[in-house]
Design a protein around this ligand. Structure first.
Ligand SMILES: *[C@@H]1O[C@H](CO)[C@@H](O)[C@H](O)[C@H]1NC(C)=O
Ligand SMILES: *[C@@H]1O[C@H](CO)[C@@H](O)[C@H](O)[C@H]1NC(C)=O
Ligand SMILES: *[C@@H]1O[C@H](CO)[C@@H](O)[C@H](O)[C@H]1NC(C)=O
Length: 309
């Protein structure tokens, strides 16, 4: 009996881990996406007792912006952005909606990814509030890890142990906007990837949260080949999608749509610089979730609940 329960919990935990495969699939060729999607679907299938007819495939959509040229050619050493934070009330237990920075290198089983941002993820956090979180993998998501749930990420100051914590101040539509600032940057001396966090209004005064030792990684040892900024949602095919960002389209603009601003990337010496080019966008379901043009180091993104497939 106890053993069964434990096994059940383990399956659920594994499934939750795999959900987050979605976060980086945007950067992969289609075959790879398909492969990971089917693995994810297989593992997630039995999570929903309400749909046991085998049609409960899992849907993921992204709306992201990404640079395609850096000071160092096509390699990056980190990124920084301020993200508006939103509650996502219309989210169901099986869904999540996140805003993230993704930093990655390699592909297939050699895909290494560091993700940091906020997520509304009822399965993991048992509430509908946005939580500051990180996730990393070094094997294309065969294994991966949230926050400090497994060894790897080193928290440097336990008093700053806000990884996984709910973010108290959230933006209101047309009212005050609250933000968090996140920076991930490779220390040029040690080679470790450091995570910095600033609460609302603190663009420059960031706290070091901790670091991922470069030795954790296989392809992120020296540099990143891709950086992405934006939103991701996940839901079952037979449900309607949750809101992304504030739940409003980017064209509603400041104070209404969710935003990333103060976006910069990090060069090999650890210095910040602005994008050199006009970034590209990835929006795989534009009728539901969108990204605006990139302007003054910022963009808007998101969309309302109700997306069908
Ligand atoms: C899902 O549940 C059904 C019946 O409860 C079971 O027969 C099947 O093996 C399960 N599938 C997986 C992938 O766990
Ligand atoms: C959050 O960012 C917006 C800009 O998008 C700014 O207007 C607002 O003042 C910021 N909020 C705080 C509390 O600093
Ligand atoms: C960037 O990382 C890749 C993959 O690990 C590596 O092959 C390459 O040599 C690195 N380039 C530099 C300049 O460090």
């Amino acid at each position: 009996m106890e053993c069964k329960l434990w096994f059940g919990l383990m399956i659920i935990a594994l499934s939750l881990i795999v959900i987050d495969n979605g976060r980086v699939l945007a950067t992969m060729p289609k075959e790879k996406m398909m492969k990971l999607n089917s693995l994810w679907d297989e593992m997630f299938k039995n999570q929903s007792s309400s749909s046991n007819d085998g049609t409960n495939d899992v849907i993921r959509h992204w709306a992201t912006s990404y640079p395609s040229l850096s000071d160092d050619g096509l390699i990056y050493y980190g990124a920084k952005a301020t993200l508006s934070v939103h509650g996502v009330p219309e989210i169901k237990a099986n869904q999540f909606s996140s805003a993230c920075i993704w930093i990655s290198n390699g592909d297939g089983p050699n895909l290494n990814v560091i993700t940091a941002g906020w997520t509304v993820h009822p399965y993991i956090y048992h509430d509908n509030r946005p939580h500051f979180f990180t996730l990393w993998t070094r094997d294309g998501y065969q294994t991966n890890c949230y926050n400090t749930d497994c060894p790897g990420f080193i928290l440097t100051d336990k008093s700053n142990a806000l990884l996984g914590s709910p973010i108290n101040q959230v933006s209101t539509y047309g009212g005050p906007q609250y933000n968090i600032t996140i920076k991930v940057s490779k220390d040029p001396t040690s080679g470790n990837w450091w995570l910095y966090y600033g609460p609302s209004g603190d663009y420059d005064k960031l706290n070091a949260v901790g670091y991922w030792p470069s030795s954790l990684f296989t392809t992120l040892v020296d540099n990143a080949s891709e950086i992405q900024f934006g939103g991701i949602v996940t839901y079952y095919k037979d449900e309607q999608g949750p809101p992304m960002g504030s739940g409003h389209y980017p064209n509603e603009g400041e104070g209404k749509a969710a935003t990333f601003y103060g976006i910069q990337v990090v060069d090999r010496n650890g210095n910040m610089y602005d994008f050199k080019d006009n970034p590209k966008v990835f929006q795989d379901k534009r009728e539901c979730y969108r990204v605006s043009e990139f302007k003054d180091k910022s963009f808007f993104y998101g969309g309302p609940a109700g997306c069908i497939n």
